[in-house]
Design a protein around this ligand. Sequence first.
Ligand SMILES: Nc1nc2c(ncn2[C@@H]2O[C@H](COP(=O)(O)OP(=O)(O)OP(=O)(O)O)[C@@H](O)[C@H]2O)c(=O)[nH]1
Ligand SMILES: [Mg+2]
Ligand SMILES: [Zn+2]
Length: 219
Amino acid sequence: MEIKIVKQILEWNEDVSREVSDLLSEKRVCLVNVMGSPGAGKTSLITDIINRLRNNFRIGVIEGDIAGAIDAETIDKMGIPVVQLQTDGACHIEAMSIQHMLSFFNLDEIDVLFVENIGNLVCPAEFNIGEDFRVAILSVPEGDDKVVKYPLMFATTDALVINKYDMLPHFEFDDARVERDVLDLNGKAKVFRVSTKTGDGAEAFCGWLSEKIAAKINN
Ligand SMILES: Nc1nc2c(ncn2[C@@H]2O[C@H](COP(=O)(O)OP(=O)(O)OP(=O)(O)O)[C@@H](O)[C@H]2O)c(=O)[nH]1
Ligand SMILES: [Mg+2]
Ligand SMILES: [Zn+2]
């Protein structure tokens, strides 16, 4: 008799992430996985991106949080389609959740979906969610040693946004060291210094982002 074999959860996640990716390619929707610690500025960056790029792309957002809907309310007030995923304790988002949530969007009317992952520097990076690319955020008050201490997120990201750059005078934070550490792990990463508070650096980041999105949806 043939033995039933159930695959480990990570392998299952890989299968579903490929299904998500295939569907979104067919629909010409770009999926961006935004990751970083609690409070690094994920929602601030996404709202800044919306303000800068909403005339160029049709944007949707999936907000991931352990509880509540605070970030989704922020995005909803901007008139952007948004769904809140509550993980009820889980500290990362899996592809199965994204696959389920895509049905709440009209994918024919979306060019780019941003996923705000759970605030966590560790396991979100282990799970592909069908994304086209990743954006990791590290903010100045978190400290300049985080790339070395939490390598996977920085090794797998396409861009690193060093956020809260306006706070640099107030912290011992060597941004050149952070850039070196990231490039040592991951030669393809683009590093941007941004303050979502003052807007400094956001234009350069959004320029890079626009090119990546356009490359996907015009492909
Ligand atoms: N000074 C300064 N503060 C910022 C900047 N970006 C975000 N903040 C502040 O940092 C705090 C957290 O920002 P959020 O955007 O909510 O961070 P988040 O990563 O979405 O947080 P969670 O969703 O809770 O994980 C807020 O008080 C923001 O106003 C920045 O560039 N400079
Ligand atoms: Mg947030
Ligand atoms: Zn987790």
